[in-house]
Design a protein around this ligand. Structure first.
Ligand code: SAM
Length: 225
C-alpha cells in the first residue's frame, strides 16, 4: 500500500514551501489537486513534472476510486489544495475520508505541515491565541445571523474566512453585534498587496470603503477575545 502525503502549499508567495514538501512532490508518483492550473504553477516554479489528478467538485467517485487503486498498487500520492493546508475549510478532508474508507484504513497518511491562512492571520493579530475558535466560512444566507451571534458569544478570539464578495457584509454584521471589539482583517497574505487592517469593525469598514482596491483579494478576519 502506498503513502498519501498531505502537503501544505503557499498562500501566494511561492517561496513559502518547505524543503520536505518539495522533496515529497518530486518523489511521489501522482499529485491529487484541487485545480490543476493552480498546482501546475507551483510545480513549474520548482521544475517538478508529475501527473496531476484534479479531484475537486466534479470529483466523481470514479476519480477517488482511481486514486485508491493507485495507493493499493503501492503508488505514493501527494494531496495538495489550491493554497494552504489541505483539509482546512477546503475539499481535502472529504478526499482523505473517502480514500481512508476505500482502502479500509490501510493507507499511511503523512502530514507535511506549512502555510495556513487562519494561522498566519492569528500569528500577526497580537490577540490572545492560547485558545481560539476557528469558524471556517460564514454561510451565505441561511444560518448567517446565527453564525455571527456565535462569534459575538465566543469566549475566545475567533478567526474566520470570508470572500471578497461578502467581506463588507461580514464587517457590517460585526459592527452591529460587537461595535467596540478589536478586529483584524488580513488581506492577500504573503502576496504583493498584503495588507493588515486593525481597529473596530466600523473603522475597518471606513478604510475598505475608501478605495475599491482594498476590497480585492482574499480575506481572513480575526476578532479579539
Ligand atoms: N486550506 C486553506 C488554508 O490552509 O488556509 C484555506 C482554504 S479556503 C477554501 C480559502 C480561504 O482562505 C480564502 O477564501 C481566504 O479566506 C483564505 N485565504 C487563502 N489564502 C489567503 C491569503 N493569501 N490571504 C488571505 N486569506 C487567504
Amino acid at each position: 500500500m502506498g503513502t498519501l502525503y498531505i502537503i501544505a502549499t503557499p498562500l501566494g508567495n511561492l517561496k513559502d514551501i518547505t524543503f520536505r514538501a518539495i522533496e515529497a512532490l518530486k518523489e511521489v508518483d501522482l499529485v491529487a489537486c484541487e485545480d490543476t492550473r493552480q498546482t501546475v504553477k507551483l510545480l513549474n516554479h520548482y521544475q517538478i513534472a508529475k501527473p496531476l489528478v484534479s479531484y475537486f467538485q466534479h470529483s466523481k467517485l470514479s476519480k477517488i476510486e482511481y486514486l485508491a487503486e493507485q495507493l493499493a498498487q503501492g503508488k505514493n500520492l501527494a494531496l495538495v489544495t489550491d493554497a494552504g493546508t489541505p483539509g482546512i475549510s477546503d475539499p481535502g478532508n472529504k478526499l482523505i475520508e473517502e480514500l481512508t474508507r476505500l482502502t479500509s484504513g490501510q493507507i499511511k497518511i503523512v502530514p507535511l505541515p506549512g502555510p495556513c491562512a487562519a494561522i498566519a492571520a492569528l500569528s500577526v493579530s497580537g490577540f490572545p491565541t492560547d485558545k481560539f475558535v476557528f469558524m471556517g466560512f460564514p454561510p451565505h444566507k441561511k444560518g448567517r445571523n446565527k453564525y455571527f451571534e456565535e462569534i459575538a458569544q465566543a469566549q475566545h478570539s475567533v478567526v474566520f474566512y470570508e470572500s471578497t464578495h461578502r467581506i463588507l457584509k461580514a464587517l457590517e454584521q460585526l459592527k452591529e453585534l460587537l461595535p467596540e471589539r478589536q478586529i483584524m482583517v488580513a488581506r492577500e497574505l504573503t502576496k504583493m498587496f498584503e495588507t493588515i487592517y486593525r481597529g473596530s469593525a466600523e473603522e475597518i469598514l471606513g478604510i475598505l470603503n475608501s478605495d475599491k482596491n482594498n476590497l480585492k483579494g482574499e480575506f481572513v478576519v480575526v476578532v479579539k477575545k
